[in-house]
Structure formats: structure tokens, C-alpha cells
Design a protein around this ligand. Structure first.
Ligand code: PLP
Length: 381
């Protein structure tokens, strides 16, 4: 598939392309500008050959496909009934906090973090306990396990983003084992958002935290979706994996007439992604890795005031603009470059000097965004 072609998405109802005026290049929300994998499109067309689109449920074939995917990809063995289908990962996070976290109990969240994860505890009047991710000498962001142990003393839930948005951090097995063991020791529930699990660079592997031991699985709600890796977020289909039957029942009760059943076409698309989407996924992962390297090279050589953390997953680059000495970099690039980036402030109260750039797009679009941003920083002639 040709990933270099730029598709016109104005007037398609795309959230990414509707948010700003037409002359703004949107590099913000986590939605890629690549056409959907052909097997997914074909599955949708096949489904539409049948003229009825009533309420839908996940069929056994989809459950089986996902069970096999989890076993093959991560060596994680779950049962078909452990899967709970949802219209999104975000509703799943909120259902878990609402029904499984004891009233008023603390929720540990690593900061910075994806804004709906930062704000979810407050939705349920649960205090957020921040655990800052700080760079070590190698520029990596390891979890401070001693600080985690301390934070868990005042919490009953750990909300994990793995791989992490916006840092693009892939947690390795040892780090996850230490996190999981700490949660077991402190009797803390783990809600693990693993929506970016299938976008991986440099030969890295994703580890679901719940796959590490029966004790960890017993207290985990894992949330996944084909929506990021296969770029089908508009299909509104995700799934939770909850191996503990009691947790699963309480989680499901949290739908409360607010979290609806799943989308008929989303189920088809999800099935096609996990059963026939591997070739497309590999091609896109390779393309994204090249885009990441191109971007990192450009930032280093053309943007002396900007520092980029090299993401290991996701198509999101976390850019530190503090040395530019601009009061609000996101607003500056929107106004002066007509490039819409995500505002660092969404990811943490102290991240106003950061922007997040979505490089999940054809290379010409990325080049255009960088050219505009570079020009906006030139002193006036
Ligand atoms: C870490 C993370 N979790 C959840 C979501 C949203 O998931 P959904 O659209 O399935 O609610 C996103 C979207 O960008 C994300 O990056």
C-alpha cells in the first residue's frame, strides 16, 4: 500500500480535520492519515452486503481471534469469556474506576499522561495521586519503584498507560513485574490502558502487565482496541480483558445505561484487523519508525530550541520547547505556523512548554508541518 499519498479529509466529518480552520495542518489528535487496511475495508463491504444493521454482539469467532492474538503476540493465555466489548477504552477506564475503586480511594497516575486518564479519577470523586516520570541519565523515563511503593500507600488503584502516551514509552518486563508486584503487595487494582500495544519500534515487544503472573491478572483490568494501530478509532470498538470473574461482573454493572453495546461495523473491522491485518500493520510500523527517525533528525538539526524524546511506540512525539523561550508554544505554532499540535498542558499542569506532534501521516505532510514550523521561528527579515 502507498502510504505516501495525502488524502483529502476535509468535509469527511474527521474530527482531526474539522477542529481548526482549513489553512491549519492538523498534527494533534491520535488519528493517522493513512487509508484503512484493505482486508478491513473488504470486511466492512462484505458486511454491508447484508441489508440489516440491528443491535450487535461479539461472536465466538471474534472472541477466538482475540484470544489467539493475545497468546501469539504476547504469550498471554486468556479465555473467550474474559473479554468484555466496549465502545471505547476511555469508557472502560471510567467504568473500572466507578465500579471497582472503593469510594474516595486514591488512584495513582504517572505524569505526564493522556488527558482523559488524568481527569478520570475526578469524574468519580477519587483523589489522584501523581507519580512523576523523570528522565534518567540516559534520557529514559523509568518508573521510580520506591516512589510508587510510597504512592500506593494512599491508593487502591494504579492507572497505567502502556505503551505510554505522550512519552511513547514501552515498559519492559522487569519494570512491569516490579509495578505489578508492588500492586499485589499493596492490594491495589490495576487498570492498564494498552491501546497503543501494537505500534512498536526498533524490534520492541509489548508486555501486558496482567500476563506476568496469576496474582497480577487477578487484580487487573486491561483495555485494548484495534483503533490506534489500525487507525479505525471512528469504529468505536474496544475490549477489556478481565480474568477475575467477580471483577468482570462488577465492571459490567458499571455500564449504567451510559456505556452502550458495540458497533456492528466496528466488530467486523476489529475481527478483520486482528485476523488479516498483520501485513498492513508491519508496513505501517516500519513507515512510522522512518517518520520518527526523520522527525528526530529534523528536530536535532533544524530546531535548536526544541528537544525530542525518541518514542519507542505510538506515533506521537513529545517535544520540549522550553529553550525556544516562547510563552505558549502550542498557541504560537497554531498562530504563526498554522500547525495544530496538542498542547502539553493537556498532559500535565507543568507541561505548558511541551507540545505533542502526531507523525502518523504521509511523509509529505510531516515535511510540510516542519517547514511551516521552521519558518515561523525565523526572525523577521
Ligand atoms: C492512551 C490512550 N488511551 C485511550 C485513548 C482513547 O481511546 P478510545 O477512543 O477507545 O476511548 C487514546 C486515544 O488517543 C489514548 O492515546
Amino acid at each position: 500500500m502507498d502510504l505516501n499519498s495525502v488524502y483529502q479529509r476535509l468535509n469527511t466529518g474527521s474530527k482531526k480535520w474539522s477542529q481548526y480552520p482549513e489553512d491549519v495542518l492538523p498534527m494533534w489528535v491520535a488519528d493517522m492519515d493513512f487509508p484503512v487496511a484493505p482486508p478491513i475495508m473488504q470486511a466492512l463491504k462484505n458486511r454491508l452486503e447484508h441489508p440489516l444493521l440491528g443491535y450487535s454482539v461479539a461472536q465466538d469467532t471474534l472472541r477466538q481471534t482475540l484470544v489467539e492474538h493475545l497468546a501469539r503476540r504476547y504469550g498471554w493465555h486468556v479465555q473467550p469469556q474474559d473479554l468484555v466489548f466496549l465502545p471505547g477504552v476511555e469508557p472502560g477506564v471510567n467504568m473500572a474506576l466507578n465500579t471497582l475503586a472503593p469510594p474516595g480511594s486514591g488512584v495513582v497516575v504517572q505524569t505526564p499522561n493522556y488527558s482523559p486518564l488524568l481527569s478520570a479519577p475526578a469524574n468519580w470523586k477519587l483523589p489522584r495521586v501523581d507519580l512523576p516520570l523523570q528522565a534518567d541519565a540516559n534520557g529514559e523515563y523509568p518508573t521510580d519503584i520506591a516512589a510508587l511503593q510510597h504512592a500506593l500507600l494512599s491508593a487502591r488503584t494504579f492507572l497505567l498507560s502502556n505503551p505510554h502516551n505522550p512519552m511513547g514509552k514501552v515498559f519492559d518486563r522487569e519494570e512491569l513485574q516490579a509495578i505489578g508486584d508492588a500492586c499485589v503487595r499493596h492490594d491495589v487494582l490495576i487498570v492498564s490502558d494498552e491501546i497503543h500495544a501494537d505500534i512498536l519500534f526498533d524490534g520492541r515487544r509489548h508486555t501486558p502487565v496482567a500476563s506476568l503472573s496469576a496474582e497480577i491478572a487477578d487484580r487487573s483490568v486491561t483495555l485494548m482496541s484495534a483503533s490506534k494501530a489500525w487507525n479505525i478509532a471512528g469504529m468505536k470498538t474496544a475490549f477489556a480483558i478481565i480474568q477475575n470473574a467477580d471483577l468482570r461482573e462488577r465492571f459490567n454493572a458499571g455500564r449504567l445505561g451510559l456505556v452502550d453495546s458495540v458497533n456492528a461495523l466496528g466488530l467486523e473491522a476489529t475481527h478483520a484487523a486482528y485476523s488479516q491485518g498483520e501485513a498492513w500493520l508491519q508496513q505501517v510500523n516500519a513507515y512510522l519508525q522512518d517518520n520518527r527517525d526523520y522527525l528526530a533528525h529534523a528536530i536535532k538539526n533544524r530546531f535548536p530550541g526544541v528537544r525530542m524524546h525518541l518514542p519507542q511506540s505510538t506515533y506521537l512525539a513529545w517535544l520540549d520547547c522550553s529553550a525556544l523561550d516562547i510563552q505558549h508554544p502550542q498557541a504560537f505554532f497554531l498562530r504563526e505556523a498554522k500547525v495544530a499540535l496538542s498542547d502539553g498542558l493537556e498532559f500535565g499542569e507543568d507541561c505548558g512548554q511541551f507540545v505533542r506532534l502526531n507523525f502518523g501521516c504521509p511523509r509529505p505532510m510531516l515535511e510540510e508541518a516542519l517547514a511551516r514550523m521552521e519558518r515561523s521561528l525565523q526572525p523577521p527579515a
